[in-house]
Design a protein around this ligand. Structure first.
Ligand code: MN
Length: 325
């Protein structure tokens, strides 16, 4: 059920040794990135009240309820600081620091391995979320778990598993969450309200998306959204990508994507999901990456988007051939 104690103890001993700890996660944070970094900070503070812990990275307005982020004091020196990176497989995507500049660093991540960036790495791509790994770590070492920490971790687990729906949801997920709920009295309804309360505008926009998906012959569903549409429905460029899981279990889509123009950055934000074919390798070829069934990237033009769709069509065709054979 659990790993050999080694990795938990290794991480614990490192945390124990340092007075100043910086926790970072990926750019464009989601609830798992925020929950794992802020939840780990809370666990460290609850168990080591004298340590200074900073959770860094650009905040996301949408997830403000998850907690405030810190600004790194200017006198922080890399050799006297322990860096912990959660939910991020490579140095490029770490928000706010370059992990390669730290002598002492730990990575806790559930993405497929891309590169070694930290001194100690705990990677488990069978884990539903980085938050699940933080919970596993804390429960296994019998650390003090406050409801404040657990609310953050539960939020990340629920978000990354899409309410325990995705295939990464395992017996281990349920056991860890069960133990956590037994130990603390977190208000799960509050978590759901924070995660799922939305404006009627967003629902109207979802209606627009439902009516405007294109489907390739092979079965790749896609929608390209320009900024006039975003303005019309008063939603931001992150919204379509955040809504992509609402288009799961549609018979006609085996792979589906949203491409949204982010006028400020001058690029399209691409989010892709799959109900079978492995897509992260294809997204890596197009400058992005992620999980085997959930990936993303940024692309410059509609031509680049169509090239990606062509590649996804091929992936889907190969998958169907294998499946039929
Ligand atoms: Mn995650």
């Amino acid at each position: 059920m659990f790993l050999n104690n080694n990795i938990y103890k290794q991480i614990y001993n490192k945390i124990n040794k340092f007075e100043t700890i910086v926790i970072a996660r990926h750019v464009g944070p989601d609830p798992d990135a925020l929950g794992s970094s802020l939840g780990l900070k809370q666990i460290i503070i609850d168990n080591f009240p004298n340590k200074k812990v900073y959770t860094i990275g650009k905040p996301a307005k949408r997830f403000k309820y998850m907690g405030d982020l810190d600004i790194l004091p200017e006198d922080t020196t890399n050799d006297k600081t322990l860096l912990i990176v959660t939910d991020t497989p490579d140095h490029r995507r770490v928000d706010g620091v370059d992990p390669r500049n730290f002598v002492n660093s730990i990575k806790i991540d559930h993405h497929p391995f891309i590169e070694k960036t930290c001194d100690i790495e705990w990677i488990d791509d069978t884990s539903s979320s980085a938050c699940q790994m933080i919970l596993e770590f804390a429960l296994n070492l019998d650390l003090k778990l406050s409801s404040e920490a657990c609310e953050k971790l539960y939020t990340g687990i629920v978000a990354d598993t899409n309410r325990f729906l995705f295939t990464y949801t395992s017996v281990k997920t349920f056991i860890l969450v069960g133990k956590m709920l037994k130990k603390t009295n977190i208000d799960i309804n509050k978590v759901y309200e924070n995660l799922y309360l939305r404006s009627y505008n967003e629902i109207k926009f979802q209606g627009y998306m439902s009516l405007n998906f294109n489907v390739t012959k092979g079965g790749v569903g896609y929608i390209i959204i320009d900024d006039e549409v975003l303005k019309k429905y008063d939603v931001d460029p992150a919204t379509p990508g955040n809504m992509i899981n609402n288009f799961n279990y549609i018979e006609d889509f085996k792979i589906w994507l949203t491409a949204t123009l982010d006028r400020d950055l001058g690029t399209y934000r691409i989010s892709v999901r799959s109900r079978g074919p492995i897509i992260n390798k294809t997204l890596e070829k197009h400058g992005g990456g992620g999980h085997i069934f959930a990936s993303g990237t940024r692309l410059k033009s509609k031509e680049d988007i169509m090239k990606l769709i062509d590649d996804l069509n091929i992936v889907l065709m190969e998958y169907e051939e294998e499946y039929d054979g």
